[in-house]
Design a protein around this ligand. Structure first.
Ligand code: CTP
Length: 433
């Protein structure tokens, strides 16, 4: 079943009697796993109160273009603090207008920016979906129909409307779809089908290398990026297996998740699972070294110093790339300096098809507007291991593609799209070659 886990839905409510169904819609979207923020037009507030939507979404409701409201909770860059609609538009994975009145559809067609909701529809980079709701005659009007044609041509997804009895006492087309139908259609917006029929294997998280029965060495990888990629690949239609080191995350929906501990366990699990895999993505922060021997009993403190000897762990990515018929190989590289040169060296040394380089510190200088770290949360790094946001630059044999900075789930979807383009191109060149 389609789900909305980790999706950020901005629900825009416009003025129409169907607005009374939006509290139920918010509840259902959240039950499906989405985080929901609501924006209301002035007319919408005649039908349902901001307080109600605040209560069911568990977030303040946005109503004003220039008013001070809840932007402080949102990840903002230094340049858009004062521009609420930009911050909101960037936050959203999808903007859903429900109900969308005839008037609002007309305003969308004309690109109006005279209230918060209309402005953020203009500023949104992601998908925009509308659920029209109006009297059947208003729906049938040539003006409304030609507006819908224009919106459809621009890529706006039109959800509904349904048929049936209307609040005005008439019967016909123009009813807003029911909240459960809208929730299912919303989940469908994320189903790209780009990886239909393909098997994907992903490693994620840290590894734990035991020193003795109670101690070990590990690293600060949270696993969020790898889990987000697994979810995005599943959403794109792939059959996904995730091999994860120890993390605090729950298994992503529709992903077969296998838990391992050490680099050696991860290596062995990968090679058990590799047959039939079309795409391998190594996101795990695998320990490069492990203690040469694991003490059978807890090491007691004795002298002032303790020396441990370490040995190399197997390089999982390189070992898969060295197979006679390797899958499409994607590696990750966190670099603090010489990003492009170091990441390109990994691409060639490990015989990869694509490297997703993660600039740490100043390593991203020169790659667009994403060098300025954002303040997200308190006391946590803005990018990388423990943060919810990330930035990536892709390198393959043909060049370099920086992805816009964003949340890990949003970046994961972009990366899956880039991988799908390359895998499909390779498949079709093999067919024609
Ligand atoms: N990787 C792996 N097995 C290892 C080590 C790393 O599969 N034993 C994978 C990671 O999942 C990641 C990529 O290799 O996709 C990282 O490359 P690597 O050269 O190991 O990066 P660093 O550890 O950062 O290397 P260095 O310290 O040399 O920069």
């Amino acid at each position: 079943m389609a789900t909305l886990t980790n999706k950020r839905i901005l629900l825009g409510v416009t003025g129409g009697i169907a607005a009374y169904k939006t509290p139920d819609l918010v509840r259902r979207l959240r039950e499906a796993g989405a985080e929901v923020r609501c924006v209301m037009t002035r007319a919408a507030r005649e039908f349902v109160t901001p307080l109600t939507l605040h209560a069911v979404s568990d977030h303040p409701v946005y109503t004003d273009l220039f008013g001070a409201s809840a932007t402080r909770e949102l990840p903002t860059t230094s340049t858009d603090n004062a521009m609420e609609h930009i911050a909101l538009a960037r936050w959203a994975d999808v903007v859903l207008i429900a109900p969308a009145s005839a008037d609002f559809l007309a305003r969308l067609v004309h690109g109006r920016a005279d209230d918060l909701l209309a402005s953020l529809c203009l500023a949104a980079a992601g998908p925009l979906a509308v659920a029209p709701a109006m009297n059947r005659q208003m729906w049938a009007q040539p003006a409304t129909q030609s507006n819908l044609t224009v919106l459809r041509e621009r890529g706006v997804r039109i959800l509904g409307p349904g048929d049936g009895s209307q609040a005005c006492g008439e019967t016909g087309s123009g009813r807003m779809l029911e909240p459960h139908e809208l929730t299912a259609l919303c989940a469908g917006l994320f189903e790209t089908g780009e990886l239909d029929g393909l098997n994907v294997l992903i490693t994620a998280g840290p590894t734990w290398e035991a020193i003795d029965p109670v101690r070990g060495i590990t690293n600060r990888s949270s696993g969020k990026m790898g889990y987000a990629l697994a979810a995005a690949a599943a959403e794109a239609g792939a059959r996904v297996t995730l091999i994860s080191g120890p993390t605090a995350l729950s298994d992503p929906d529709r992903v077969r998740t296998l838990r391992v501990t050490s680099a050696q366990d991860m290596h062995d699990a990968v090679h058990r699972e590799i047959s039939g895999i079309h795409i391998f993505i190594g996101v795990a922060a695998v320990a490069d070294y492990r203690p040469s021997r694991i003490a059978a009993h807890k090491i007691k403190k004795t002298g002032e110093h303790l020396n441990l000897e370490f040995e190399r762990t197997p390089d999982i990515l390189a070992s898969v790339a060295a197979l006679p018929h390797p899958p499409f190989m994607v590696g990750f590289a966190a670099e603090t300096e010489n990003l492009e040169a170091n990441a390109r060296a990994k691409l060639l040394d490990k015989k990869l098809d694509l490297v997703a380089a993660n600039p740490v510190g100043d390593a991203g200088a020169g790659f667009g507007d994403w060098t300025e770290p954002r303040a997200v949360g308190q006391g946590r790094p803005a990018y990388g291991f423990e943060s919810d946001t990330n930035r990536l630059i892709l390198l393959d044999r043909t060049g370099t593609t920086p992805l816009p900075a964003g949340t890990k789930p949003a970046l994961a979807r972009l990366l899956v799209h880039e991988i799908a383009l390359r895998v499909r191109a390779a498949q079709s060149s093999r067919r024609t070659g």
